[in-house]
Design a protein. Structure first.
Length: 81
């Protein structure tokens, strides 16, 4: 049986392999299938930040924070004013 987080897992792999467009596509797919996945927003925020989309990154990190991601606090506090 396929993991319900398969797109998230693959997205993280693509992110670490510096395939940012592929990572974004997979994080988008994860969010479409399971919009209450804070990690998908957190990692999509990282990817957007790397691509210099600071506003998009902050939107994603804030969403991750609203879904309970404590890790997102570090990024919103540092990069989102």
């Amino acid at each position: 049986m396929e993991s319900p987080y398969i797109n998230l897992e693959r997205g993280v792999i693509e992110l670490f392999n510096r395939n940012y467009e592929g990572a974004l596509m997979l994080f988008d797919r994860q969010i479409a299938l399971a919009p209450e996945t804070p990690e998908a927003y957190l990692y999509r925020g990282h990817t957007r930040f790397i691509l210099n989309d600071i506003a998009g990154a902050c939107t994603d990190w804030r969403k991750a924070l609203s879904l309970g991601s404590i890790a997102a606090t570090r990024y919103t506090d540092k990069h989102c004013k």
